[in-house]
Design a protein around this ligand. Structure first.
Ligand code: TRP
Ligand code: SF4
Length: 321
């Protein structure tokens, strides 16, 4: 079974990415034929006007993947824009995809309700799922690991595949299925969604000091004023973090919090220590990697992915012309 998934190079990764996506990607390498790519063209779909250094961001992204345990011996790592077949198939698929299908996409509809997006409203954003379909079906992926929010994109991918088969009377693509993973709740340190723009995230390359500085500032259960006040872990962000990163102690911490036998500062210290335990090997591994090592890995992956994409595109063109 083949798996294909991509990530947009829009900035450094945080704990939410690790727990939501990368941990899963790492585990999947053991059981599947895994292809992971830098979706740099996709990064432009919303951020074309932000002057992103996509080369630098792409190299940093792959560095962080590898630091987290993505193994170039087990997975094929490549960069979307290096494989021109993604663009070629995207063009072809755009010819057969009704605009009405794309306008129905919830991501698109949400964005159109936000004035700052509506102003940009570039064609590439509307057709984002078409490019994503090309990314997936070029490699005949069986499964695509995604979050809940990406489900409509996968549904569209299947519809586009069926339409292609119907239009050109030949079944040459695999219909991809989503691989949904249970993702533990991990809000940012202020309780909102973890995001760079809210400045509430712990980054994979944060050091021990900055982890503590961030954890220390997090809001806890407002009902706790004295250490002996009984707490409510279910309203506390720090408890969510224990739940995600400190399985060994989480049951005990819940008890102690409810009983008012642990103070929030002590609880936060244990939380920060666990996060640091998780991140310090990732930090070290990242520091041991340099740009030329990453470029070698990407070039290697590009060759393998490129061969498959090239063959597929020949098949596509034979069917069409
Ligand atoms: N849309 C995905 C995201 O924002 C990124 C992506 C692009 C992708 N192409 C893909 C994911 C193909 C899976 C398969 O996270
Ligand atoms: Fe949150 Fe821990 Fe304080 Fe309970 S003791 S409110 S879980 S920080």
């Amino acid at each position: 079974m083949r798996i294909v998934s991509g990530m947009r190079p829009t900035g450094k990764l945080h704990l939410g990415h690790f727990i939501g996506v990368l941990k899963n990607w790492v585990a999947l390498q053991e059981k599947y034929d895994t292809f992971y790519f830098v979706a740099d063209w996709h990064a432009l779909s919303t951020k074309y006007d932000e002057g992103l250094d996509l080369n630098e961001l792409s190299i940093e992204l792959v560095k962080e993947w590898i630091a987290c345990g993505i193994d170039p011996k087990k997975s094929i790592l490549f960069r979307q824009s290096d494989i021109k077949e993604h663009a070629e198939l995207y063009l072809v698929l755009n010819m057969i995809t009704p605009v009405s299908w794309l306008e129905r996409n919830p991501t698109y509809k949400d964005a159109m309700n936000q004035p700052e997006y509506r102003e940009k409203n570039n064609a590439g954003f509307l057709t984002y799922p078409v490019l994503q379909t090309a990314d997936i079906i070029l490699y005949d992926a069986n499964l695509v690991p995604i979050g809940e929010d990406q489900k409509p994109h996968l549904e569209l991918a299947r519809e586009i595949v069926r339409r292609f088969h119907y239009m050109f009377k030949k079944e040459i693509f695999t219909e991809p299925k989503e691989l949904l993973t249970e993702i533990p709740r991990l809000p940012g340190l202020d309780g909102r969604k973890m995001s760079k723009s809210f400045n509430n995230a712990i980054y994979l390359d944060d050091d021990e000091k900055s982890i503590w500085a961030k954890v220390r500032m997090a809001k806890t259960d407002p009902a706790r004023i004295k250490k002996t006040d009984p707490g409510h872990p279910e309203v506390c962000i720090i408890f969510d973090y224990h739940n995600a990163f400190n399985k060994e102690e989480v049951v005990e911490i819940e008890k102690e919090c409810r009983a008012g036998t642990i103070g929030c500062v002590e609880c936060k210290k244990r939380c920060a220590a666990k996060i640091n335990e998780l991140l310090s090997p990732i930090r070290e591994k990242k520091a041991s990697l340099n740009e030329s090592m990453i470029l070698d890995i990407i070039n290697e992956g590009n060759k393998k992915a490129g061969n498959i994409a090239n063959e597929k595109m020949e098949e596509v063109n034979k069917v069409i012309f």
